[in-house]
Design a protein around this ligand. Structure first.
Ligand SMILES: [Zn+2]
Length: 85
């Protein structure tokens, strides 16, 4: 069953609703408005997108070490520069 996330345009309330093809459009549980915006949920994302996100997260995890290395180089260069003065 498809689970959709909606945001109410009337009161900005966000909620999830199970919507089957034969069901009428859901209404906001907060103000009963049917002026809703359908948001993307993880469930409706393609596998391709999820894979790309996973790769992005892997890169993020590796980044701190890389940054530390860069920083060490930078500190070294800075010290040498100070030494020159
Ligand atoms: Zn509402």
């Amino acid at each position: 069953m498809p689970l959709f996330e909606y945001r109410c345009n009337a009161c900005r309330h966000e909620f999830e609703a199970l919507v089957r093809a034969q069901d009428p459009a859901p209404a906001c549980p907060s103000c009963k408005s049917i002026d809703l915006e359908k948001l993307l949920t993880a469930a409706s994302m393609s596998t391709d997108q999820l894979t790309r996100d996973r790769v992005k997260n892997e890169r993020k995890r590796r980044l701190p070490q890389h940054k530390a290395e860069q920083n060490e180089e930078y500190q070294h260069a800075l010290k040498e520069h100070l030494h020159d003065d």
